[in-house]
Design a protein around this ligand. Structure first.
Ligand code: SF4
Ligand code: SF4
Length: 222
């Protein structure tokens, strides 16, 4: 899922000040699961902004709404009336959601209330970790399902850097060395021979380095 974190209230107040009617718009998918932009967080944000408005005499009113997905026009339509009534939208969706709303309502200011961080998983209660850097050419099969692109701090594809101590990463001792994990995993599944293969330099043209990516499925186009 996409993992995001809320911007601070002072940052957000600074972004929205000058508007009179603010719609705080949540998203019911990834950002709900990572506790950043779901219905509950929208309610907390709206309350905090109302308090800030009164305390600082900013004079804005705040309404709130959460839709199922901000990155999908079918669901965006459900928010159309509320968005039209507001002067500006504070989106608690991910960066894609914010931009989808802004594209659909071309004359409405739409602001991001979250910092979109990464594609990851809930590791344990209250802890999310990054698992995929969306390189566009997945090589997980070669590494026992552990991504060296994302989880090795040096993105090494042909073995460890040699700096690991007691299974910790040299760059950040709070993280496990990805290559320790890859070795153990390949050993556990009987595929250590995969490490004998030399991986050629990765082609980054499939990543964001090649500019924004588009997928076109001709079999789904009308
Ligand atoms: S190899 Fe690329 S697509 Fe696969 S998990 Fe790693 S970053 Fe993501
Ligand atoms: S210690 Fe391990 S995870 Fe850290 S940079 Fe070196 S090989 Fe990569």
């Amino acid at each position: 899922m996409i993992v995001a974190e809320r911007k601070t209230i002072p940052e957000i107040v600074d972004i929205i000040k000058g508007h009179k009617n603010i719609l705080v718009l949540g998203c019911g998918t990834c950002v709900t699961v990572c506790l950043a932009g779901g219905e509950r967080e929208v309610s907390i944000m709206a309350s905090a902004l109302r308090i800030a408005s009164r305390a600082q005499n900013l004079g804005f009113k705040v309404s709130e709404l959460t839709i199922e997905r901000q990155c999908d026009n079918i669901f965006i339509e459900q928010a159309a009336e509320a968005i039209e009534k507001a002067d500006a939208v504070l989106s608690l969706g991910c960066g894609a959601g914010v931009q989808a709303i802004a594209e659909r309502f071309a004359k409405k200011p739409v602001y991001a209330g979250l910092n979109t961080k990464f594609l990851g998983i809930l590791e344990e209660r209250g802890t999310w970790t990054e698992k995929c850097a969306q390189c566009g050419d997945c090589v997980l099969a070669d590494y026992g399902g552990i991504c060296p692109v994302t989880r090795c701090a040096k993105h090494l594809l042909n073995g460890p850097c040699g700096g690991s101590r007691e299974d910790r990463c040299e760059v950040n001792p709070n993280r496990a060395c990805a290559w320790q994990l890859i070795y153990k995993r390949l050993k556990d599944i009987g595929q250590l021979d995969r490490l004998e293969k030399i991986s050629m330099p990765k082609q980054w043209g499939t990543s964001l380095s090649g500019g924004p990516r588009v997928i076109i499925r001709e079999d789904h186009r009308i």
